[in-house]
Design a protein around this ligand. Structure first.
Ligand code: 26W
Length: 822
């Protein structure tokens, strides 16, 4: 089977003169009347609904099709120009894309938001009602997946020709609910309702081989796979800000074909084994692994990773050849970025295709491969580093294992012997980080501190053998979604104050510094925060039946639940606060709303225990008439991208409190500061650079440094010692142990208490007092609204460097050697 892409069926000269999207209605800037006409057209002819009886869903689909139509001109034009000008393309391979919703984002990027709002007003339809009807595309777990989505948007905004390649999971990240405070998971179903952004490409399909054995034929190895799964392309246009360029997110679906059925086995009477390939094909595209903390050697996960990688690499080569490229010039036209090690089989796969299919000798194939590939590391957590048992590799990808072994020996041939215990195959496993490193010409970490640790702690040997290969690219976020879309009142104030243009040149926010001493501006800034709180409070009431005050400090921690992120530290401090208020209710407390949001991997017992404790604490505290007006804990279930868009603008205090050295970068930290929250945080990940940028006075720092953490862990009983040194912490732990938060089930939280007393790997206890002191400084600062406002404005003004546009430009220079087409 080969790609059935087919050539043009209409002679080029008959269509070439027709600019894409040149129907008369597209030439004029649309008026509300025109938008309404388009909308009604789609409502009737695409959705098949009667305008008199159409539901919100019907209208939302009609509007999505209306907007999608406008995306097509820049999208097709971008592809045409890239082809005609033989431009280099970037291919971003990622097992996760946490896109969220697309309707409002695409509308805004096309410059159509105002006219659409007006058009809908005329029909009595609020735009937000339609936008909120869209399910989140939750094809990711957390930071790594959301980063991929921000980067796609930036690549389009910058006019960089690019493809995002991922998997079209039938079920995205599970839905989280709470039952008696416990997390329960239910499947997510984003594809049940029609996905209007999708373009199915039945003509673009690639066979992905699996299992089987390798034979020697005429002195050359030949892989005889046991079966093939067909990868079918599904495309989504990702429109850049200003609507001048759009790239493609191509998601692969696993298809059942007759060829999947193992006829030999069937004929031999082994019916169960004969159906096995079909079963695997069905499960390949079924679910996103909901885990971002432990790597388990599961065959299905390896098959998924290979399925994504092989389909994408085949697609890239087919396009290169189709455009008349010579494979020897691949690095001039193609860059492939591996988002963590999940697609790290790309190295061996590209080598395999070059050698086995295209007749290259191994050494030039390896050389071409490394020049094309780049690898981004996103984690140092040992349990999250991927390694695959040799047996499994041999079973699923026998030819690739040979190539990996060859890469390993070639490294020794080229660079001399390695210290004992180095090498990409060790202790019976293939180490995917080492493989990705060796197959790439650039390796990067995602913040300055993280990159330093990647070099020092993760790849010291490989780094010393290939100096200069490791570079830093600090993460970034797209200011379009995270300010212009999520926080319209603040965005409007910014534009009013410094003019437009900051959306694509975020350094311009510096201009706000000139206004920081203007009382009028500060007041206006404060009003935008209040508007965001109103919007959040309304939503909490409508969606969750939770009522929250407006005159309170909103203190927010939203992210995946992990021990290293230390939600537990935050909860323990919340209990301490409650105890203090109860002891002295009239001491002039600053009212606080403590917000938690985040999912735990279904198999991560401790993380689930932390969720249960947070919910138990919320139940008890929120029920206390003495403290109710001064302290409230809310934990809305099912945190996702669209919930982040509501919470972040309303936040005063951003909790970025990971154990130093453990959070690779963080990107939520950037979103909060950009929206005028102050950070309470450790010197970890990008916090370090955020603090440098915004100024130490405008950041609440606490905690051990990464070096101190490493040292502290060697001190026996550090947890117990820290508890014994803190009366506050003792009182908190005592209250939990007594069952105050779990009436009738006193020992419910025993496991967490035991961890704190007896191991405390994440140094919650050792950092508790310093965190408490920092929280006291927060209260003091918030007590002076004018001063708080000043600091918040300075945070916004100094966040320019954290735009994902800056990050993408650095990748273009340091890693991809690619240029904008605009
Ligand atoms: C094998 C299972 C698995 C799956 C995903 C292991 C590890 C992952 C990711 C690498 C986890 C992740 O999302 N890391 C986060 O990446 C963000 C983007 O760079 C960073 O901002 C976060 O600090 C980092 O935790």
């Amino acid at each position: 089977m080969t790609q059935r892409s087919g050539g043009p069926v209409v002679p080029a000269d008959t269509v070439e003169s027709v600019p894409v999207g040149s129907e008369p209605q597209q030439l004029a800037a649309p008026t509300p009347q025109v938008v309404r006409a388009w909308l009604l057209h789609h409502l009737q002819f695409t959705v098949g609904a009667d305008p008199q009886r159409a539901s919100t869903l019907d209208w939302r689909l009609a509007l999505s099709h209306t907007i999608r139509d406008r995306a097509l001109a820049p999208w097709l034009e971008a592809q045409r120009r890239t082809r005609e000008e033989s431009r280099k393309r970037v291919h971003y391979l990622s097992m996760e894309f946490l896109i969220g919703r697309l309707l409002e984002d695409t509308t805004m990027n096309l410059g159509l938001r105002d006219v659409v709002v007006e058009a809908l007003d005329g029909l009595g339809l609020p735009f937000t009602d339609l936008a909120d009807d869209e399910p989140d595309a939750a094809l990711g777990n957390g930071g790594l997946g959301r980063l991929a989505a921000c980067y796609l948007e930036s690549m389009s905004t910058l006019g960089l020709p690019a493809y995002g390649y991922g998997l079209r999971y039938e079920h995205g990240l599970f839905k989280q609910g709470f039952e008696d405070g416990r997390q329960i998971e239910t499947p997510e179903d984003w594809l049940v309702v029609d996905n209007p952004w999708n373009f199915t490409r039945p003509e673009t399909a690639h066979p992905v081989a699996l299992h089987g054995h390798v034979e020697e034929v005429d002195g050359r190895p030949v892989w005889r796979p046991r079966f093939h799964v067909l990868a079918a392309a599904h495309d989504t246009p990702i429109v850049g800000f200003g609507g001048r360029w759009a790239n493609t997110l191509r998601l692969w679906a696993a298809h059942n074909t007759a060829a999947l059925f193992d006829l030999d086995r069937f004929n031999a009477g082994d019916f169960v084994a004969a159906a096995e390939p079909e079963a695997l094909a069905r499960s390949l595209g079924r679910v996103l692994y909901p885990n971002d903390e432990t790597h388990r050697g599961k065959e299905l996960r390896l098959a998924q990773e290979y399925f994504l990688t092989s389909a994408s690499v085949q697609d890239i080569l087919a396009r290169h050849l189709d455009e008349g490229g010579d494979l020897r010039s691949l690095p001039d036209r193609v860059a492939i970025q591996m988002n963590d090690t999940h697609p790290a089989i790309a190295g061996p796969e590209l080598i395999r295709l070059l050698v086995d299919t295209h007749g290259f000798d191994p050494d030039p194939a390896v050389d071409l491969t490394t020049r094309v590939l780049g690898y981004t590391n996103h984690t140092l957590l040992p349990e999250a580093l991927e390694r695959w048992p040799l047996d499994l590799m041999r079973k699923v990808l026998p030819r690739h294992l040979q190539i990996i072994e060859r890469l390993d020996t070639r490294d020794i041939e080229l660079r001399g012997p390695r210290p004992e215990g180095a090498g990409l195959i060790r202790d019976g496993h293939v180490h995917m980080g080492d493989l990705a490193f060796l197959s790439s010409h650039r390796v990067n970490g995602v913040s300055a501190l993280h990159t330093e640790l990647v070099t020092k702690d993760l790849f010291p040997v490989l780094d010393s053998r290939t100096p200069g290969r490791v570079v830093n690219v600090t993460n970034g976020i797209t200011p379009r979604r995270w300010l212009a879309l999520a926080n319209q009142p603040l965005a409007a104030l910014v534009t009013e104050t410094i003019g437009s243009g900051w959306e694509t040149d975020l350094e311009r926010l510096r201009g706000l510094e000139d206004h920081v001493d203007d009382p009028g501006f500060r007041e206006a800034f404060g009003r935008t925060k209040r508007q965001a709180k109103v919007r959040l409070a309304d939503w909490l009431q409508d969606a969750h039946g939770i009522s929250t005050p407006l005159d309170a400090l909103y203190d927010v921690q939203i992210k995946r639940i992990h021990e290293y992120k230390r939600q537990l530290l935050n909860i323990l401090w919340t209990i301490a606060r409650w105890q203090r208020i109860r002891r002295d209710p009239d001491a002039g407390w600053v009212p606080r709303v403590k917000v938690f949001g985040g999912k735990a991997a279904p198999s991560y017992t401790v993380a689930k225990g932390i969720i249960r404790l947070a919910n138990d604490v919320a139940a008890r505290i929120n029920d206390d008439p003495v403290t109710r007006d001064l302290l409230q804990v809310v934990f809305p279930p099912n945190y996702n991208v669209s919930m982040a868009e509501r919470l972040i603008p309303a936040t005063d205090l951003s909790e970025q409190i990971s154990t130093a050295g453990m959070e690779a970068s963080g990107t939520g930290n950037m979103k909060f500061a950009l929206n005028g929250a102050l950070t309470i945080g450790t010197l970890d990940g990008a916090n370090v650079e955020i603090r440098e940028q915004v100024g130490a006075d405008n950041f609440f720092l606490f905690g051990l440094t990464a070096d101190e953490v490493a040292h502290h862990r060697t001190v026996p009983d550090h947890g117990r010692t820290a508890i014994q040194a803190s009366q506050t912490l003792q009182d908190v732990l005592q209250e939990i142990a007594e069952g105050t938060f779990s009436p009738g089930d006193q020992h419910r939280h025993g496991q967490l208490l035991d961890l704190l007393w007896n191991s405390d790997w994440f140094l919650v206890c050792s950092d508790f007092e310093d965190y408490d002191a920092a929280q006291t400084r927060v209260d003091e600062a918030y007590g002076d609204p004018d001063e708080w406002q000043r600091r918040a404005i300075l945070n916004v003004a100094r966040m320019g460097m954290f735009s994902s546009d800056r990050a993408i430009r650095q990748y273009m220079d340091l890693v991809w050697d690619a240029e904008s087409a605009l």
